[in-house]
Design a protein around this ligand. Structure first.
Ligand code: GBH
Length: 443
């Protein structure tokens, strides 16, 4: 393994709805994910985040595990409805108290917190008022950012506004496979702008409050045309515009990409000054990487979208059936660094899930050789990007714990640490021991 600097950040990432549980405790309000899980047929086998990893009660044990693994960074998200139950107005003190305790526990173990303000669990009342399809939600987000910062800004340095606005728009509002379950296709585009505007207004609010390390986390995929055919190349370019450039150009260049391939001449709802807010300088950029995408021309002249996903073949696959292509991470980072003037980069998620059924703990521990191979090859890919000049300063494995994997419920396990969901018992997998040894060797 190539060497990383001694001050490189090594850690794991989680998200509130996926691990906390305690959905009805201490005054928490309802989120779009509580609603979505309660609708029949939305989440596999009717699973919900009601208990999840019970991290709300077990956070001390979870921080102790990170400390045992020698990790020096932890990315978590704050549940908006826990700290502001209806998404507006007076904060819920007991909700903020939880994050206060968590942050103190991290500090006591020398672990740098990376706080994400919004990882998909929108207060249901805001969704009822239009959610990310309406502009007002962006202003509500800035108020929320300000009140969380007022409580935790003295101890949390790294503030991430949003997690993966592409997935929120595409899965939540265009395809309806995530909360709030709307299948609007291209009519979901206002959600992209309002999410980006929330990032911009949130950044301004955090900056005014004195925050000095503000990030956005996007998921990106390097796009490969299925062949050298110009139709495939054009389709790949259209896909790249929607998945990548729509969430990059406004942030780093203050303009929207050309979306004419989608019959869109202008992103709707953009007011004067919005792009200035959205492109305010950032102190870090979070990149979540899982796999590249192979894109071909759409099938038939009346295809609804200007591309089709041709699938990547001939490589290993994860439990989710996602292709394993570590060099895609090097390509992505080098490409982003060539196309944009990036602030320091953090890999804020990377990892893989176990196939069903759960192998579970045995006398030999929890063997997960596929995960070790995945992480080893992807960390080498980060080293290669660094060697090519990309300023990557941290790497966070998705995820610390097996957890509620959105529409797949508990069927996909991404953790370095196994969770027995019947009892809550945590058991570090072989990959956790491997990661601990890697991190120790880099110090
Ligand atoms: C992240 O999203 C989320 O931030 C996190 O909450 C989640 O638990 C984690 O990933 C794992 O899912 O169709 O084969 O080309 C990841 C977004 C979108 C990445 C779908 C992979 C499809 C792979 N993902 N994408 S494929």
């Amino acid at each position: 393994m190539p060497r990383f600097p001694a001050d490189f950040l090594w850690g794991t990432a989680t998200a509130a709805y996926q691990i906390e549980g305690a959905v009805d405790e201490d005054g928490r309000g309802r989120s779009t994910w509580d609603t979505f899980c309660a609708e029949p047929g939305r989440v596999r086998d009717g699973h919900t985040g009601e208990v999840a990893c019970d991290h709300y009660h077990r956070y001390r044990e979870d921080v102790a595990i990170m400390a045992e693994l020698g990790l020096n960074a932890y990315r978590f998200s704050v549940s908006w409805p826990r700290v502001q139950p209806g998404g507006t107005g007076t904060p819920n003190a007991k909700g903020l108290d939880f994050y206060d305790r968590l942050v103190d526990e991290l500090a006591a173990h020398g672990i740098t917190p990376f706080l994400t303000l919004h990882h998909w669990d929108l207060p249901q009342e805001l969704e009822d008022a239009g959610g990310w399809l309406v502009r007002d939600t962006a202003y509500r987000f800035a108020d929320y950012a300000q009140l969380v910062h007022a409580r935790l800004g003295d101890r949390v340095a790294h503030w991430t506004t949003l997690n993966e606005p592409f997935v929120q728009m595409a899965f939540g509002y265009a395809l309806g496979v995530h909360a709030p379950g709307k299948a609007l296709l291209m009519d979901a585009l206002p959600a992209a702008h309002h999410l980006l505007l929330a990032h911009g207004l949130g950044t301004a609010a955090l900056r005014a409050a004195g925050a000095s390390r503000i990030l956005l986390t996007n998921n990106h995929t390097p796009v490969r045309p299925a062949s050298a055919d110009p139709a495939d190349i054009a389709a790949a370019d259209a896909y790249d515009a929607l998945h990548n450039r729509l969430f990059l150009d406004p942030v780093f260049e203050g303009r929207y990409p050309d979306l004419t391939a989608y019959g869109v001449s202008e992103v709707p709802g953009v007011a004067d000054g919005d792009l200035g807010l959205i492109s305010a300088p950032l102190d870090g950029f979070g990149v979540n990487y899982y796999n590249p995408t192979r894109i071909a021309a759409p099938e038939g002249p009346d295809a609804a979208l200007p591309f089709t996903d041709a699938g990547i073949t001939g490589v290993p696959r994860t439990g989710f059936d996602w292709p394993v292509v570590p060099e895609g991470l090097t390509d992505l980072l080098v490409d982003l660094n060539t196309r944009y003037d990036l602030p320091p980069v953090y890999i804020t998620e990377n990892g893989c899930s176990y196939p069903d059924p759960d192998p579970g703990p045995s006398d030999t521990g929890v063997p997960d050789p596929e995960r070790i191979a995945y992480l080893d090859s992807h960390i080498r890919a980060v080293a290669a990007a660094r060697a090519a000049g990309v300023d990557v300063r941290g790497y966070l494995v998705w995820s610390l714990l097996d957890n509620f994997e959105w529409a797949e419920g508990y069927h996909q396990r991404f953790g370095l640490v196994h969770v027995d969901f019947a009892t809550g018992k945590r058991t570090p997998k072989a990959s956790a021991h491997w990661y601990r040894d890697l991190v120790a060797a880099m110090r």
